[in-house]
Design a protein around this ligand. Structure first.
Ligand code: GLU
Length: 312
């Protein structure tokens, strides 16, 4: 295991390499506002279970967390309804793109897992039940602020509005599930909350802080607050490992070997169970919609630190 200075040195080197690389992937443009991201950006932050944060590059620049939000809404929904959640969403990898509709027909409107868009929309519906959209969204935002210990985390309303304007695929998914009786609330309400949760803006440092409970058996190492039971965090990590990168999940497990969740804003949250929570960000994506350099950086780091859960 490297000491603090050696880890900082390793992270600096990774950030320098990533900044210099010419292969940067493609910035998402299907949500027009996301296309404005700076393709040259690269940030990384590691929050370890001893309270240290090690960061490099653009670790303090806010980016759109997009699907990384799905880890936290899953946590909230499991806290609210427990295992009943698994009646309306599965926990198997889909092997399909993030916004795919193909499996929904043969599987009667029950999405494969909570991290593809259809599954995340069901999870948001669960959080929304019994509340107004504003309250549900407030709960999600406050949860992120609480976990990161940073009340300055905000929703980027221009990103939410941009996604709202180009929502046709997500509308199709939500309406289709509604037709199968798998959404309780009005489609427009569920989508409104979903788009705004995806539009939360955070820095790598804030996201690494927010993920700490997953590297520490469900307990926030700083406040000692038990966010979920140890069993809950183990299971969320398992779903992140198998489903967190859509149809690139196998490749991510093969190369990095850590539970991780990506978002089309170019962020990836990766968890080293027992050790640390990591966030990397680089807006250019690979074909599966996962951060190209983010994945490479995590591969470097996991190798150097012998952090893969599958062994050195
Ligand atoms: N808000 C995005 C969508 O629904 C999230 C996709 C992602 O980050 O993978 O298309």
């Amino acid at each position: 295991m490297l000491n603090h200075e050696e880890l900082q040195q390793a992270v600096n080197e990774i950030a320098e390499e990533m900044r210099a690389r010419k292969d940067r992937g493609t910035v998402a443009s299907y949500i027009p506002e996301l296309a404005k991201a700076n393709a040259d950006a690269f940030g990384i932050a590691i929050a370890d279970n001893h309270g240290n944060v090690i960061a490099a590059g653009d670790a303090d620049e806010a980016f759109s967390i997009q699907s990384i939000s799905k880890v936290f809404t899953l946590t909230l929904a499991l806290g609210k309804v427990g295992d009943k959640l698994w009646r309306s969403v599965g926990r198997e990898p889909s092997g399909s793109p993030f916004n795919s509709i193909v499996q929904l027909e043969s599987e009667h409107g029950v999405p494969r897992n909570p991290f593809i868009n259809a599954g995340a929309i069901v999870v948001t519906d669960t959080i929304l039940s019994g509340h107004q959209p504003k309250e549900a969204l407030g709960e999600i935002l406050r949860f992120m602020q609480f976990l990161a210990d940073d009340p300055s985390i905000y929703i980027d309303h221009s990103v939410a509005a941009s996604e709202q304007r180009t929502r046709f695929r997500n509308s199709a998914l939500a309406n289709y599930m509604k037709a199968f009786g798998n959404l309780e609330n009005p489609v427009e309400h569920v989508l409104g909350v979903y788009f705004h949760q995806c539009a939360i803006a955070m820095t790598c440092r804030q996201m690494a802080m927010a993920g700490r409970f997953l590297s520490n058996s469900g307990r926030n190492p700083a406040s000692n607050f038990q966010v979920v039971k140890p069993e809950g965090s183990r299971r969320i990590n398992a779903v992140m490992l198998t489903c967190g990168h859509y149809d690139g999940s196998g490749e991510f497990a093969y190369r990095v070997g850590l539970p991780g969740k990506s978002g089309v804003g170019g962020g990836i949250l990766a968890i080293v169970p027992g050790d640390a929570s990591i966030c990397v960000w680089s807006p250019g994506l690979d074909e599966a919609g996962n951060s190209h350099l983010g994945r490479i950086a995590l591969e470097r780091l996991a190798k150097k630190m012998k952090w893969s859960i599958f062994g050195p």
